[in-house]
Design a protein around this ligand. Structure first.
Ligand code: GLC
Length: 391
């Protein structure tokens, strides 16, 4: 049995944290890893973990992780933030030791820095579970480079949420694996037949933030030959993203696109079940894109951005359509084609249901367990045929 402490800096229920919640639940069921969560902030994730009986420790501190942002902090601010994280990491070392951990699993870039110090203090290895592409697009070139080097030197192993994410990391001589954030098994989702062209409902699920590209969808809808009945934007603003929401409201009014905002929903499943078409249109490459799999599982006709994780999920024309990211006209063309053709939507949606079954949380847990085993027991690296083929 391996005892693993999963470390994160945020308790917001956004994609990476929800993936971790499902993973810890599956590890618990699997019985080979005793997993607990260590957070440096209190918030909704804490209650979600507790509700599933997963041991949680909130390490109280006075560091406001939100004040440290890539775009807002400037070089000096980043350095000061890094110093704060190092200081926090020292304290966390005690919590890791107390938990009797064999390994620390860092869940974010901030956790990477804190975890590096904490793991060293506790005398255990650290694994970096990477949910973001460590690229210049997100972090700016210099910071991305610094994070890659830090990750390589501080982590004894790497888990990436897609081949796209893995491809942004340095992995030489480090055991590594791709563990797609799988979904939990559940009953088949019931849905009505695909609606006629004039009645089509479109949904997009995701945090309201500019790189997720909700504005691209609104602009595309404004170009459509068949206007859909409604466009539902499902998603919260967790990290100071309220301005973007206001911008979307303005844009929708200006373009006269019928939009409904639901805010964050714990379970977007029913939204997908009620929609005919689900859109994903992140403008920078999505690291994985759990909402794409959730939409497919619900049998939606899916349009997703042709970059990053979604290209590992959707086989275009077979179980969805892929469209160049940020290309408003191409998205509009794909939507017009789908809206006009309920049979195409039905066929794609049915294949999508089958494809979604390839992304289960048990497989995620198995990959993570194997990697942790390699790192903790120093076994030969697990071979990962998928990632070997892509490198
Ligand atoms: C992050 C990524 C998202 C991925 C999730 C789970 O939120 O942005 O693409 O699905 O982590 O790993």
């Amino acid at each position: 049995m391996i005892t693993a402490v999963f470390l994160t800096h945020t308790a917001a229920p956004s994609g990476a944290e929800l993936a971790t919640l499902r993973l810890l639940t599956a590890l618990e069921r699997g019985g080979s890893v005793r997993a607990s969560m260590l957070l440096t902030e209190d918030g909704p994730l804490v209650a979600l973990l507790r509700a599933r009986g997963i041991p949680v420790t909130v390490w109280r501190n006075d560091f406001d992780s939100r004040s440290l942002t890539i775009s807002g902090s400037g070089p000096l601010g980043l350095l000061r933030g890094a110093a704060d994280l190092v200081r926090l990491g020292r304290g966390l070392g005690a919590a890791v030791a107390e938990a009797g951990a064999d390994v620390v699993v860092a869940q974010s870039t901030k956790a990477l820095l804190m975890g590096a110090i904490a793991a060293r203090r506790a005398g255990v290895p650290m694994v970096w579970q990477v949910h973001d592409r460590i690229s210049g697009e997100y972090f700016g070139g210099p910071l991305a480079f610094g994070l890659r080097v830090l990750g390589w030197s501080a982590a004894r192993g790497v888990v990436a949420n897609s081949r796209a994410t893995l491809g942004t990391l340095l992995t030489r001589r480090r055991p590594h694996t791709v563990a797609y954030p799988g979904l939990e098994p559940g009953p088949a989702i019931e849905r009505e037949a695909q609606r006629a062209p004039d009645e089509v409902r479109i949904v997009m699920v995701g945090r309201l933030t500019s790189w997720k590209g909700q504005d691209v969808l609104l602009r595309a809808v404004a170009l459509l030959r068949h206007r859909p009945m409604t466009v539902r934007l499902v998603g919260g603003t967790f990290f100071d993203e309220q301005d973007y929401r206001a911008e979307l409201e303005r844009l929708a009014a200006e373009l006269a696109v019928p939009v409904e905002f639901t805010g964050h929903l714990g379970d977007p499943g029913p939204e997908f079940a009620r929609a005919d078409i689900a859109v994903h249109c992140s403008v920078t490459a999505e690291p994985f894109g759990q909402v794409v799999v959730e939409a497919m599982r619900a049998g939606c006709a899916v349009v997703a951005a042709d970059a990053g994780g979604p290209t590992e999920i959707v086989r275009t024309e077979h179980d969805g359509l892929l469209v160049a990211p940020g290309d408003v006209a191409a998205l509009a063309a794909a939507l017009d084609r789908l809206i006009a053709d309920p049979e195409l939507r039905t066929r794609l949606g049915e294949s999508a249901r089958a494809r979604a079954a390839d992304f289960g949380i048990e497989a995620t847990a198995a990959s993570v367990t194997a990697l942790l085993d390699t790192v903790v027991r120093g076994r030969a690296p697990v071979s990962d045929p998928d990632s070997a083929a892509s490198r």
